[in-house]
Design a protein around this ligand. Structure first.
Ligand SMILES: [Zn+2]
Ligand SMILES: [Zn+2]
Length: 306
């Protein structure tokens, strides 16, 4: 059984789903952000400004930067309510309508009477967005926090800005725990680029769609038809009887992970395929795959359910 991301028709389009410009706390104009991503070989981005009153609740109109080879999705990083540690929620919402109603979120501190993070996530999802829990490690997210966002489609499992600036870029700890509670989630790698430091072109999604068009990309994101990468390419992930088969660009390590401590790895030189037995995963309803190249760059599959 080939994972749907590889079985779906079309081709893979490379995109960054979490980006800031000077419409909030980023450094560059939206036009220059789009120009740089296009020049670096991206097929699409979402500008996701901080949706707070301080910046007048921006949903930046990037439609003017679309052309025959590059497109954009409208979105925002939305904020409301406190997490268990008392800090404000951060949620990435891609595919928001331009007239998405403002939350009551004047600035980066929670205020009394505003909707909770989970409520805002649900409102964004109901409005048509693909919703992801942003940078769990950077946020200090607890498992209870993560569990509460029932509307989330995805968890940000790698945030390049948080990795570069804080060494807190990862989200797999909480994502794995949610999978073991049978939560149907996908994983996104993003930049969270502000261009104030080396926080860009470090993590992206590869979305399988029939064309590089916003609606098709959004649909594929919601369906989980994508994988995440810092460099390596995944070409196939398939369950075949008692094995998982992986095809990829040349890497030095292929790892399969599952519930609890279950994991199996294969190491080698310039591996482009691997077959990993699943005996170790009998208790795991889900599996996922990581590949690592010689320079330490990773790619991650979405969960495989069985
Ligand atoms: Zn954030
Ligand atoms: Zn951000």
């Amino acid at each position: 059984m080939l994972h749907p991301a590889f079985a779906a028709p079309g081709e893979f389009y490379r995109g960054n789903l979490h980006t800031h410009s000077n419409r909030s706390d980023g450094v560059l104009d939206p036009s220059e952000v789009c120009r740089r991503y296009k020049a670096e070989g991206y097929d699409f981005i979402a500008l996701t400004e901080h949706f707070v009153g301080r910046y007048e609740y921006p949903i930046t109109d990037t439609t003017g930067f679309r052309d025959e080879v590059f497109t954009t999705l409208l979105g925002a990083e939305v904020h409301s309510g406190a997490m268990e540690n008392g800090e404000l929620w951060h949620l990435v919402a891609v595919g928001l309508p331009a007239d998405f109603a403002a939350s009551n979120s004047p600035d980066f501190q929670p205020v009394d009477g505003q909707e909770s993070g989970p409520e805002l996530a649900q409102r964004a999802r109901d409005a048509g967005a693909f919703v992801a829990v942003a940078h769990p490690h950077w946020s200090g997210l607890t498992l209870a926090d993560a569990r509460s966002v029932e509307a989330a489609h995805a968890v940000e499992i790698y945030n390049h800005g948080c990795a570069v600036e804080c060494d807190r870029g990862e989200g797999f700890h909480v994502a794995d725990l949610l999978l073991s509670e049978h939560r149907d989630l996908s994983f996104i790698a993003t930049d969270d680029a502000h261009f104030s430091g080396p926080d860009h072109f470090g993590g992206w999604v590869m979305v399988k769609a029939e064309a590089n068009e916003p609606e098709l990309l959004l649909e594929a994101l919601k369906a989980g038809n994508f994988y995440s990468s810092q460099g390596p390419e995944l070409k196939a992930v398939a369950l075949n009887g008692g094995y998982i088969d992986v095809a990829c660009s040349a890497v030095s390590t292929v790892i399969v992970q599952g519930h609890g401590s279950a994991a199996m790895s294969q190491h080698g030189e310039s591996l482009t395929q691997a077959r990993i037995p699943l005996d170790r995963f009998n208790d795991s309803p889900w599996l996922r795959v990581t590949v690592i190249d010689r320079s330490g760059k990773r790619a991650w599959s979405n969960p495989v359910w069985r």
